[in-house]
Design a protein around this ligand. Sequence first.
Ligand code: SAM
Length: 246
Amino acid sequence: MKILQAGALKLGIDLTAGQLSAFETYYAELVAWNKVHHLTAITSYQGVQVKHFLDSLTCVQGLVPPAPSVPTLLPQFPPWRVLDVGSGAGFPGLPLKICFPQFRLTLLEATSKKTAFINHVVQKLGLTEVSVVTGRAEELAHRSAYREAFDVVLARAVAELAVLAEFCLPFCAVGGTFIAQKKAGIDDEIRGALAALAALGGFLRGQIPVVLPGTEPRQLVVVDKVKATPDLYPRRTGVPAKKPLK
Ligand code: SAM
C-alpha cells in the first residue's frame, strides 16, 4: 500500500500500520468478492489504491479550510455523523472510516449484494459505529431518523448533480456539508444544478480540484446546507432522475 500511504500523506493523513493493514484486508476482500459478485471494474492493486482508496480520502479536502502553504497533517475532526449515499462497494465512506474512526458512518446503498459486501468488510475490520442500510435515498430521506440527521453527506458516481442534490441534501443538517465527487470540466452540469441546490436548501460553496497520479482530473463540488429542505423533497423513487429539478 505504498502508493496509498504516500498519497494519503499528501492529503495530511499519516496512516498507521494498523490502518494500512485494514486497507490490505479491504483490497483482498474486494478482489475475492468481485470474482463472484461484480462490484467494481477496478481490481488491480495500484488501481484500487488510487481510484478507490485515495480518491475516497480526497473528500477531506472539502472538510478543511484551504490548504496552508506548508504541508501539514489534518486537524482532528469531530465525531461527525457522515452519510455515504450510493456507496457501492463502500466508496468513499469506508476508506474515510478507516482513517477517521471517530466518524459515525452510515452507508446507504440500493443493491443488497453491495450492502452484503460492505457489512462483511465492516465485520472483518471490526469497525464500530457504522450502519449499513439497503434502500433508496428517495425513501430513506423521508424517515425522521435520517432526515437532516447528518453533518456530512458524501456521494461519488451516483447521478448528475441536480439529481444527486435531491438525493443528498434532505439528509444533511442545516449547517452541514454535502460533497459530490465529480470529474473535472462539468461546469454546465454544475450551473444547471444551481436552481435545484437553492430549492433544496443548499448553496454552492465551491469546487476543489483533485489531482491523483495517472487519473483524469477530478473535483469536489462542495455545498453548504443553509436552510431546511422542503418536505416534498426528495420526490418519489425514480422521479428525481426522470425529471431533474431545474
Ligand atoms: N459510490 C460508489 C463508488 O464510487 O464506487 C458506487 C458508485 S455506483 C456507480 C452507484 C451506486 O449508487 C450503485 O451501487 C447504485 O446501486 C447506487 N444508487 C443509485 N441510486 C441510488 C439511490 N437512489 N439510493 C441509493 N443508492 C443508489
